[in-house]
Design a protein around this ligand. Structure first.
Ligand code: 13P
Ligand code: SF4
Length: 353
């Protein structure tokens, strides 16, 4: 058992950890304009060693979304990826504890799928402008207006909203799932811009759907602007523009590739181009700088203030002695109803690769 006094590590253990961190983080900024150097990695080595020791002692795992700081992902994360991948990992997890370094709706999803695990969040204020835009009661009211519609919720939604939905979707499977639903009318919550992108994609595929949506947007992705794409293409010939489906339809149609953060990473890694413009949260660029350091990115990404509430210190505290506000709890009936929409998503997601 750990005590509240920090463990002491030997100089050899600290050197090996510093080396491990430096090899991963050397191409990434630790603060704007300042790359991780050996000293900066040495400064966090005691903390990453302590967190990794706590994980072993507690049979805990850390799921980290690609948008959180790279020192969390590469220092202590066990699984990193997009919402779909992390949901699968939460479902498969046999850990006693799951620390979700991401935002609260993602941790709630992990608790829905892994109810016997203690699920904790580093910072309970890590909301999401999409998830926070609509309540379960709002969805009930919309359902009364469209009784024949299939209710589809984007995974960026609360457990209450998931519990009111027929099927959950992520940025990686939304088009295929909506296209395959038997109902013509779709009530899509909470992302209005993703709903518009789904509408265009259904038209492109020749699938007849009537899509009604609520009015949420992602405060990060709704800010990207087509004029910046035009400017960037003029300045950087051969540039590839990569966007997330939470962007406006104008931005999505001006991009070379649109997909989930996982698909965006795969596209960049497999596409030869002199420059990339990433229309998403900056954490994804940091991941690519670690995993594909030869690739060149021009400015464009934006920070999600909620994802950036995560830190190594808060991860350690959530593992060592979580406060009640860091522990995800859900009413069992609500959890089961929310689980139904996520399980349906797993059933309907086409198996690729
Ligand atoms: P992904 O599932 O594509 O990682 O998206 C999550 C998210 O919050 C995007 O803003
Ligand atoms: Fe929510 Fe947007 Fe942040 Fe993703 S980037 S967590 S959608 S606010």
């Amino acid at each position: 058992m750990s005590t509240l006094s920090p463990p002491i590590f030997t100089p050899a253990e600290l050197d090996a950890e510093t080396e491990r961190l430096f090899r991963k983080l050397m191409h990434v900024d630790c603060e704007p304009g300042k790359q991780w150097n050996y000293e900066a990695c040495r400064a966090i080595a005691p903390l990453t060693l302590e967190i990794n020791q706590l994980k072993r002692e507690q049979n805990a795992i850390i799921l980290a979304h690609s948008y959180v700081e790279p020192e969390i992902i590469y220092g202590v994360g066990d699984f990193t990826g997009d919402s779909y991948f992390l949901s699968l990992k939460a479902k498969e997890a046999r850990a006693a504890k799951i620390v979700f370094a991401g935002v609260v709706f993602m941790a709630e999803t992990a608790k829905i799928l892994s109810p016997d695990a203690v699920v904790v969040v580093p910072d309970h204020n890590s909301g999401c402008s999409l998830a926070d835009s609509i309540t379960g009661d709002d969805v009930k009211k919309m359902k009364a207006l469209y009784p024949n519609a299939a209710v589809v919720c984007y995974i960026n939604s609360t457990a209450e909203v998931k519990a009111e939905s027929d099927v959950c979707v992520t940025s990686g499977n939304v088009y295929d799932i909506v296209a395959g639903l038997p109902q013509r009318q779709i009530l899509f919550v909470p992302d209005r811009l993703m709903a518009e992108n789904v509408r265009s994609e259904m038209k492109r595929r020749g699938v007849d759907k009537d899509i009604v949506s609520s009015d949420g947007t992602c405060m990060v992705h709704d800010q990207f602007d087509v004029s910046k794409i035009t400017e960037a293409r003029a300045r950087f010939p051969g540039l590839k523009v990569v966007a997330h489906p939470e962007c406006t339809p104008e931005v999505a149609s001006a991009a070379d590739f649109v997909g989930s953060t996982g698909a965006m990473m795969k596209y960049v890694k497999t596409t030869p181009a002199p420059y990339f413009l990433m229309l998403t949260e900056c954490g994804l660029v940091a991941r690519l700088q670690v995993e594909d350091p030869e690739k060149r990115f021009i400015g464009g990404c934006r920070m999600c203030p909620y994802m950036k509430l995560n830190s190594l210190e808060k991860v350690r505290d959530a593992l060592l002695a979580p406060r009640p506000d860091q522990i995800i709890t859900l009413d069992e009936d609500l959890r089961q109803r929310a689980a139904h929409s996520i399980e349906r998503m797993f059933e309907l997601t086409p198996k690729k690769d």
